[in-house]
Design a protein around this ligand. Structure first.
Ligand SMILES: [Zn+2]
Ligand SMILES: [Zn+2]
Length: 401
């Protein structure tokens, strides 16, 4: 397990209460006795304690540690989520705008983990590229990479770059890097790059993009009335795209997402896995992990794995989704609790009957208290009854039974 301290100490954003803190009555306002800014050592210690507690019991670690230390569980959940987030940087609107000035998505890869690197807006107002698994301590400066790549392109292949200004700025050349480069690999510093050139430069405007875009739009319209025809259109627009190796691409991601949804609805979840996985990775790469599209793609991937019977993988994806909702909507929000309830069903499918029942019972109690009268409480309770019946029918001898 990687150390959370390096990530946590980088965050200097003050902890501010969310809107939910004001609208929801808090039974024990212990949090008020603490200062607004928490020392990084305290945050590290809390995150470490939660990690330790999780090695003993999968659930309830945040609540237990928060209670032990007199902290608001929502705050602890926030710290844990931040320390374990795949990319510790927040994309923003300005990031989406300035991203266009740097490298086209999907080109830049890490020499150490060999994975594509994602564009990210840094808290200290710079822009960078970071690995999804945090294999490097800090992101690589985006402007510096774009400058190095752009200068090299101009030196060797200036004619491939459409430009109306002379001399062409390196940044502009970098924005067109996909026309002549198949891959950019970066080592420890922005100057430490290796370029893989395309055999044939890509020229002309995106005529194929326009055609693919039209096919995807047609497929979206047909998805409910003529699903088989829609599926064919999506397969056509993904011709030549290998979901296991294709670089991130907004159109491919959209088509892959639709295709995975369609395969799931047509009863072929196993055929949806590769596309749902590609759509998720690609969307994260383009928009960042916190973007609603990325969260939607994560959810779809979890559903697909669950329906295909890959419960172990589904379990980890639902956990990730639950942590995201807990950090953004709050640990007591309906969708957070609904995700926990589904996680419990996956745990049961994995054969962890007691852990599943404990999680589901906790979730039901919280949901009933936080969302009185919500119909989901009754559904969750039905699921809990089914789990008990299933254990009885299979003759399980659980200690808590
Ligand atoms: Zn890496
Ligand atoms: Zn059982």
């Amino acid at each position: 397990m990687r150390s959370p301290s390096a990530l946590v100490t980088k965050r200097t954003k003050p902890v501010t209460p969310t809107a939910a803190d004001h609208t929801r009555p808090q039974p024990i306002p212990r949090i008020m006795a603490f200062p607004r800014r928490y020392p990084p050592e305290l945050i590290d210690a809390v995150v470490q304690r939660v990690a330790d507690a999780r090695t003993i019991r999968a659930y309830g670690a945040v609540t237990t540690v928060a209670r032990q230390m007199g902290l608001d569980p929502r705050l602890v959940q926030k710290w844990v989520t931040k320390a374990t987030a795949p990319v510790p940087l927040h994309p923003s609107r300005s990031a989406a705008d300035s991203r266009d000035m740097y490298l086209p998505p999907g080109l830049l890869h890490c020499r150490f983990c060999h994975q594509p690197m994602a564009y990210a807006q840094l808290h200290d107002s710079g822009q960078g590229y970071q690995c999804q698994q945090d294999c490097r301590p800090r992101p690589v400066d985006a402007a510096a990479i774009a400058h190095t790549v752009g200068r090299t392109i101009l030196r060797h292949a200036a004619r491939a770059i459409p430009s109306t200004t002379a001399p062409t700025p390196p940044q502009l050349a970098a924005a067109h890097a996909h026309r002549i480069l198949a891959r950019i690999t970066v080592g420890a510093t922005p100057g430490d790059i290796a370029l893989t050139w395309r055999a044939t430069p890509v020229t002309g405007p995106g005529r194929f993009d326009a055609e693919r875009g039209q096919r995807i739009a047609a497929a979206r319209n047909l998805a409910h009335t003529e699903p088989l025809r829609a599926r064919q259109l999506l397969h056509d627009s993904l011709t030549g795209v290998d979901p296991a190796t294709a670089p991130a691409d907004p159109l491919h991601a959209e088509a892959a997402n639709l295709l995975a949804e369609l395969q799931l609805r047509l009863g072929h979840p196993a055929d949806a896995i590769a596309w749902a996985t590609y759509a998720h990775h690609s969307t994260i790469h383009i928009h960042g992990p916190g973007h609603p599209r990325s969260v939607h793609a994560l959810h779809l991937q979890a559903v697909v794995y669950r329906h295909a019977g890959h419960h172990q993988r589904a379990y980890h994806l639902y956990r990730q989704l639950g942590e995201h909702f807990a950090a953004t909507a709050g640990p007591h929000a309906h969708r957070t609790l609904a995700t926990h309830a589904t996680t419990a069903l996956v745990l049961h499918a994995l054969g962890h009957c007691q852990a599943a029942r404990a999680l589901l019972a906790d979730t039901i109690a919280t949901h009933r208290r936080e969302h009185p009268g919500h119909p989901a409480t009754a559904r969750m309770t039905q699921h809990l009854t089914h789990i008990w019946q299933d254990c009885a029918a299979k003759g399980h001898k659980h200690q808590d039974a």
